[in-house]
Ligand binder design. Structure first.
Ligand SMILES: [Fe+2]
Ligand SMILES: [Fe+2]
Length: 255
């Protein structure tokens, strides 16, 4: 089985790139399943139910989220209805909308957020074992989107889960790392899958605006950039036992 993971989809440029090219890319890569991180789809921050529908219609099977989950109220509907949109499992306590684990078409997708430099309600390393066990009761194919800032934390979680899940895919930094690999126990891993969106930018945002905010420390309204749009992510191949046999980066320029 081949699973395409599409890295953080940023703004309208990222979404349109998927609407125009995802079907063809899935076909070219022979991808049987597609997961996309959608935390930046709504103008760079958050997701709405409407935009989630568009990604699903473009060929995404499951959408994951991250630290921008609650930016748009219109995400609630998508989180509460259906099983295609999930948010980091450790983001909030009981009673909060949505969940962090879903099983669709024989693939379990688990979304977690890092504790280093990001806010979480529960430490990911503490809650992950029970969630992985729950996922494995449903299927041996388990893909983890670990939305985290620090490379160390992402590498550590991948090593901790080696042999228990099919893949640990890092997201959030929007910068693709060159370490796609299969770990000794059979878990595919990459520290960060990158960004699907405008790369002529500062991680998706118009460079002049990002620089201005950093230079002055003043609030500056961010807008998505539009140049050098790429689809980035990772392709994972695994057997029926869920063990990964291949892990490669995906980086496609879109025009
Ligand atoms: Fe992001
Ligand atoms: Fe993020």
């Amino acid at each position: 089985m081949r699973i395409l993971f599409v890295a953080d989809v940023f703004g309208a440029p990222g979404r349109r790139a998927l609407e125009r090219h995802l079907r063809e890319l899935r076909h070219e890569l022979g991808a049987d399943f597609c997961i996309a991180n959608g935390e930046n789809v709504a103008d760079g921050m958050g997701l709405t139910a409407k935009l989630a529908e568009k990604l699903l219609a473009a060929g995404v099977d499951v959408i994951t989220l991250g630290n921008h989950t609650w930016r748009r109220r219109e995400v609630m509907e998508a989180l509460e209805q259906g099983d295609r949109v999930i948010r980091p499992a450790n983001l909030g306590g009981p009673g909060m909308p949505g969940r962090g684990l879903t099983v669709v078409g024989g693939v379990a997708v688990l979304n977690l957020q890092g504790a280093l430099f990001l806010e979480v309600a529960f430490h990911p390393f503490v809650v992950v074992d029970a969630l992985v066990a729950e996922a494995r009761r449903a299927t041996p194919v388990v893909i983890v989107d670990f939305h985290a800032e620090a490379t160390s934390e992402k590498v550590a979680l991948a090593r901790m889960l080696d042999g228990r899940v099919t893949a640990v895919i890092g997201t959030h930094t929007h910068v693709q790392t060159a370490d796609a690999r299969v770990l000794p126990g059979g878990t595919a891993a990459i520290t960060d899958a990158g960004m699907t969106g405008p790369h002529d930018s500062v991680i998706g945002v118009r460079a002049d605006l990002a620089i201005e905010r950093m230079r002055t420390g003043m609030p500056v309204r961010f807008h998505p950039a539009d140049g050098d749009v790429r689809i980035e992510g990772a392709l994972v191949e695994c057997g029926a036992d869920g063990r990964a046999t291949r892990c490669e980066t995906v980086r496609v320029a879109v025009r």
